[in-house]
Write a protein that binds this ligand. Structure first.
Ligand code: ZN
Length: 342
C-alpha cells in the first residue's frame, strides 16, 4: 500500500568513528585517497539502508562524502584561498569560526557532487534527495576580499549552485534541497536578496526544489541562542510570505521541541512543508508516540498531501547510535500517524 507520508531527513547524518572524528562540526577524516573514498561509500550505503529500514521514503546519502555542509561544496571551487583563513563571526556573530577567503573570481570546473549523487541513485529505488548549501549561507560562511559586497558574491555562488543542481537532477536526484540556516539570522537581507539568489540557484531545474531554514544544529552555541529568542519564535513569520511567492516547491522548518508557533505553517499555503517532527539534540530520543503527536499537531495547520515528516535539521554532530534511534522513531511515528488518519 502506498504510504500517505514521505518521511525524510533534513540532510546530514553522523559519520561513524572509522570514517571521521565523531560529534564534531568540522571533523577530520580518518584516511585519505582511495581508502577514504571507499569508506565514505560504505558509510553512505549504511545510512541509505538505515533510512529505508526505518521506513523513510525520500532518501539521502547523509552527507557522508563531505566534511561540512558548506565547505564540502567549496573545496574544489577556484577563487577561494584556503590558506588565507579569516576569523569571522557567522550567523550574525552567533559563533566565531576560521573561514577561507574569496580572493579571485569564483569558477567551478566540472561537477562537485555528481559521483555521490550517482552512488545514491544506484543504491536506492526510492525517491532521493541531495542537499546543497544555499547562496546566502555560503556567503555567510566565507570571507570576501574580491566582490563588491556579500550580495554580489552570493549571486555568483547562486550561478555555480544552479549549474551543479542541474547536473544532480540529470543524475536522477528527485529533490534538491538548499540549506539556508543563515535566513533566520538575517531576516531583512534574506527577503531583500536571499530569495533572489535562491531563485537563481533553482532556475530551470527539472526536479523538485526545497529550502531548509532552521535554528541550527543541536550544539551549545545554538541552544544558548535559542534561549534568547523568547516564548514564541516568530522568525519564520517574516520569511514565509516571501517564500510562498517563490518558485521553491518544499520548505523544511524546525518544529519538534521548538517554540515555533505551528500556525505559522499557514503562511505557506502553496508549498509542501517538511515539518521537523524529530529534534536534533543528542540527549533526547523521541518516542514514536511523540513523533505521531508532532505530526498530528502540524496537521491542524497543513493538509495531509502537503506534509512531509522530517527531522528538524541535520544530525551530523550527534552520535551514530542516537541518530539511528531517531530515524527509527521518525519512521514508526509516521506509521502511527498514518494509521490514525486512515
Ligand atoms: Zn538545519
Amino acid at each position: 500500500m502506498a504510504k500517505i507520508f514521505k518521511a525524510t531527513t533534513a540532510g546530514s547524518l553522523p559519520k561513524p568513528n572509522w570514517l571521521a572524528e565523531t560529534e564534531k562540526l568540522w571533523p577530520a577524516w580518518k584516511d585519505s585517497g582511495e581508502t577514504l573514498t571507499e569508506k565514505k561509500k560504505k558509510s553512505a550505503a549504511m545510512w541509505i539502508d538505515v533510512q529505508e529500514q526505518s521506513g523513510l521514503e525520500i532518501i539521502s546519502e547523509g552527507e557522508q562524502f563531505r566534511i561540512h555542509f558548506v565547505h564540502g561544496f567549496l573545496e574544489t571551487i577556484e577563487g577561494i584561498n584556503w590558506d588565507k583563513k579569516t576569523q569571522m563571526g557567522i550567523r550574525n556573530d552567533r559563533y566565531v569560526v576560521e573561514v577561507p577567503t574569496v580572493t579571485e573570481p569564483l569558477i567551478k570546473s566540472g561537477s562537485i557532487h555528481v559521483e555521490e549523487a550517482k552512488f545514491l541513485r544506484s543504491k536506492s529505488k526510492k525517491l532521493t534527495k541531495f542537499t546543497l548549501p544555499g547562496p546566502m549561507t555560503i556567503s555567510d560562511t566565507i570571507a570576501n576580499e574580491f566582490y563588491a559586497d556579500k550580495k554580489t558574491m552570493a549571486m555568483e555562488f547562486a550561478k555555480l549552485l544552479n549549474d551543479e543542481a542541474k547536473t544532480l537532477c540529470d543524475a536522477g536526484i528527485d529533490v534538491i534541497q538548499f540549506d539556508e540556516p543563515a535566513f533566520n539570522s538575517f531576516l531583512e537581507e534574506s527577503i531583500e536578496w536571499g530569495m533572489d539568489a535562491l531563485e537563481v540557484a533553482i532556475k530551470g531545474l527539472d526536479c523538485k526544489t526545497a529550502i531548509h531554514i532552521c535554528y541550527g544544529y543541536g550544539i551549545e552555541e545554538n541552544l544558548n541562542w535559542k534561549k534568547t529568542l523568547g516564548d514564541q519564535w516568530r522568525q519564520y513569520e517574516n520569511l514565509f510570505p516571501a517564500i510562498n511567492q517563490s518558485n521553491i516547491n518544499q520548505v523544511s522548518l524546525e518544529f519538534a521541541g521548538s517554540r515555533v508557533p505551528p500556525q505559522l505553517m499557514r503562511l505557506l499555503p502553496d508549498k509542501e512543508i517538511m515539518v521537523g517532527v524529530v529534534s536534533v539534540v543528542g540527549d533526547h530520543i523521541e518516542t514514536s508516540e511523540e513523533v505521531e503527536k508532532n505530526i498530528m499537531a502540524a496537521l491542524a495547520h497543513v493538509e495531509v498531501e502537503r506534509l512531509i515528516p522530517s527531522t528538524n535539521c541535520g544530525m551530523a554532530p550527534i552520535s551514530v547510535d542516537v541518530a539511528k534511534q531517531k530515524l527509527k522513531a521518525l519512521g514508526e511515528g509516521t506509521e502511527r500517524a498514518e494509521k490514525r488518519i486512515s
